[in-house]
Design a protein around this ligand. Structure first.
Ligand SMILES: NC(=O)C1=CN([C@@H]2O[C@H](COP(=O)(O)OP(=O)(O)OC[C@H]3O[C@@H](n4cnc5c(N)ncnc54)[C@H](OP(=O)(O)O)[C@@H]3O)[C@@H](O)[C@H]2O)C=CC1
Ligand SMILES: O=C(O)C1=N[C@H](C(=O)O)C[C@H](O)C1
Length: 237
């Protein structure tokens, strides 16, 4: 496939390596400095856009990619308040859009474990729940997109919780998410349930960005020839 990388930072570069290893062609590498060049891409010279950029840049990037008629795979976090706008544009343009807050297989298994555990614990009000995410010091958004997806999974299974808060919440009615920025940590997420007598903890630790990048390339291959709005549950079944 002919791939345009919209965002050519830490993730864009790992995605490029894996895409080339899997026989794809990278026809565009767009960052802030050459952003104007993106208008030159269309289905005539690009099969797909892979967008990993910046929380403040994603909305315009996605609008442009879909308006230019190119199927788009996005991993940027921190812009999801605008998701309905992008989904409406995708429908209007009869386009293809794939989004995941986290593309790694391991995290997507962890998402499922998280929901099962939340459901098992929901009848037991003696447990308070909390979450911690740890990432590298360059990360722009907090909490991470992955932490928000985990929180949504817990809230869906526990009627006593009415929302989540960044560094705030009692764990009974509001789920607190701690965001730690430390060194070059690729991404660690921990969900903890505490009672007076014990604790239950599940944890996912990424050892590198390889899993995220491989998942994004696999999603790109899976999207070929499809129209509509998709996510990892569609891909993994
Ligand atoms: N869903 C997932 O599985 C994962 C998601 N992410 C998310 O992906 C995003 C990117 O992460 P990462 O690669 O580490 O970040 P980096 O900061 O390393 O790279 C961001 C890139 O985006 C570019 N950029 C900034 N503004 C624009 C713009 N307007 N148009 C095009 N490109 C632009 C930057 O260019 P310049 O350098 O010139 O400023 C840079 O090349 C983050 O939101 C992160 O949370 C990360 C890992 C996994
Ligand atoms: O910025 C990152 O690095 C990461 N961002 C994603 C997120 O916000 O969840 C995924 C992963 O944790 C790495």
């Amino acid at each position: 496939m002919r791939i345009v990388l919209l965002g050519y930072g830490k993730m864009g570069k790992v995605i490029e390596r894996i895409a080339l290893e899997r026989g794809h062609e990278v026809v565009g590498r767009i960052d802030e400095t050459n952003r104007a060049d993106f208008s030159g891409f269309s289905p005539a010279n690009a099969d797909v856009v892979i967008e990993f950029s910046h929380p403040d840049a994603a909305l315009q990037n996605l609008k442009d990619a879909l308006s230019q008629g190119i199927p788009t795979v996005c991993g940027t976090t921190g812009w999801l308040d605008h998701r309905p706008e992008i989904e409406a544009l995708c429908a209007k343009t009869d386009g293809a859009f794939f989004y995941a807050s986290n593309y790694s297989i391991g995290v997507n298994l962890f998402f499922r474990m998280n929901k099962i555990l939340a459901k098992l614990i929901s009848p037991y009000p003696e447990y308070t729940v909390s979450m911690t995410e740890i990432h590298h010091i360059h990360k722009k958004d907090a909490p991470s997109g992955t932490a928000i997806t985990l929180a949504e999974g817990i809230l869906a299974e526990n009627a006593r919780l009415s929302g989540w808060g960044l560094e705030e919440g009692d764990g009974k009615t509001r789920l607190p998410i701690g965001a730690v920025r430390e060194g070059e940590v690729p991404g660690t997420h921990v969900v903890t349930y505490d009672s007076d007598v014990d604790s239950i903890e599940i944890k996912h630790t990424a050892h590198s960005r390889e899993g995220f990048a491989l998942g994004a390339v696999v999603a790109t291959e899976w999207l070929a020839g499809k129209k509509g709005i998709f996510g990892m549950d569609d891909l993994l079944g």
